[in-house]
Write a protein that binds this ligand. Structure first.
Ligand code: IPM
Ligand code: MN
Length: 360
């Protein structure tokens, strides 16, 4: 199959981890006889430096003309003092919005070889840790009105508004229920309905949608409780559906339960098969350029791309199996290294190479 992939390498460790994911995709092409055509596009800090804006129109156009987008990571201290709407992050939010990618799928699974890298006690993790966070991605406080102003008493004041409409909640809930149907048929909808109007609407629509899926078990949970339950008893969760910012926070927490932020992939989807695939972690400026980053989250994101956008489940399985085997053999990047078990510390590019070797 021929596929067109727009590639955003981005900032910090972005270029290094993207390179490893492309190596793995090329290995898949060789093995399964596909051909992927990559087009590099600019977004984030590097786009600010080279094109004067975090999201050039050309990037949107090329992404829209591709079958999928692969993204490394964006942002860094260099651009931290820019006004909010000119920061690298504004490029990412603009791209998610422009491509209408309202559903962000973030699977968190504790792989057996990484059990010792999980900070939870074995008696908790032995019950299993395999969940998916379905994060609403184009609404809520990320996209609501915001401003900073001097109020009538002369106080410097800032406001960000969390806004949701019924159709935005309904479509993301449907994604969650459909996802649950392919798994263990359980959905937890996470909100703050004891305080927020947007959460009360969220809960009302989630209940209505749940009625359409009588085969799926449904639970409401408050977000503070969910943060606690994730470390107390993560085995209770199958699919978690939640609004944009709660999902951002809970998915970082869930990622750490799998051993490291460097392990969690994500898929951002809209209505069709098109999607944007990126690790959930950031650009880790402290280790940028040192060949120390963990490329696994990006490589697993590429696997999600094969599965969701290209309908290539066998190829996606091959990548996921190869990752598991390399970890089973004891190879670790710094973030998932633990002591005294005959584990072997490898670089970012060595990890990519080892995964390619297993696929071959
Ligand atoms: C993520 C990131 C982004 C987000 C940032 C970089 C804007 O943290 O994808 O989780 O908050 O969505
Ligand atoms: Mn985040």
């Amino acid at each position: 199959m021929n596929k067109k992939i727009a590639v955003i390498r981005g900032d910090g460790i972005g270029p290094e981890i993207t390179e490893e994911a492309l190596k793995v995709l090329n290995e898949i092409c060789r093995k399964f006889g596909h051909s992927f055509e990559y087009t590099d596009v600019l977004m984030g800090g590097i786009a600010i430096d080279k094109a004067g804006t975090p999201l050039p129109q050309e990037t949107i156009d090329i992404c829209l003309n591709s079958d999928a987008v692969l993204l490394g990571a964006i942002g860094g201290p260099k651009w931290d003092s820019l006004p909010g709407n000119q920061r690298p992050e504004a490029g990412l939010l603009g791209l998610r919005g422009a491509l209408k990618l309202f559903a962000n799928i973030r699977p968190a699974k504790l792989l057996a070889p990484l059990a010792s890298a999980c900070p939870l006690k074995p008696e908790i993790t032995s019950k299993g840790l395999d969940l998916v966070i379905v994060r609403e991605l184009t609404g809520g406080v990320y996209f609501g009105e915001r401003k900073t102003y001097i109020d009538e008493n002369g106080a410097k004041t800032a406001v960000d508004s969390m806004k949701y409409s019924d159709y935005e909640i309904e479509r993301i809930c449907r994604t969650a229920f459909e996802t649950a149907r392919k798994r263990r048929c359980k959905v937890h909808s996470i909100d703050k309905a004891n305080v927020l109007d947007s959460s009360r609407l969220w809960r009302e629509i989630a209940h209505k949608t749940a009625e359409l899926y009588p085969d799926v078990e449904y639970f409401d949970m408050l977000v503070d409780n969910c943060a606690m339950q994730l470390v107390r008893n993560p085995a209770q969760f199958d699919v978690i559906v939640t609004e944009n910012m709660f999902g951002d926070i809970l998915s970082d927490e869930a990622s750490m339960l799998t051993g490291s932020l460097g392990m969690l992939p994500s898929a951002s989807q809209g209505d069709g098969s098109f999607g944007l695939y990126e690790p959930i972690h950031g650009s880790a400026p402290d280790i940028a350029g040192l060949n120390q980053a963990n490329p696994i989250a990006t490589i697993l994101s590429a696997a999600m791309m094969l599965r969701h956008s290209f309908d290539m489940p066998t190829e996606a399985d091959a990548i996921e199996r190869a990752v598991n085997t390399v970890l089973e053999k004891g190879y670790r990047t710094g973030d998932i290294m633990s002591e005294g078990e005959g584990l072997k510390l490898v670089s970012c590019s060595e990890m990519g190479g080892l995964i390619c070797g297993e696929i071959r």
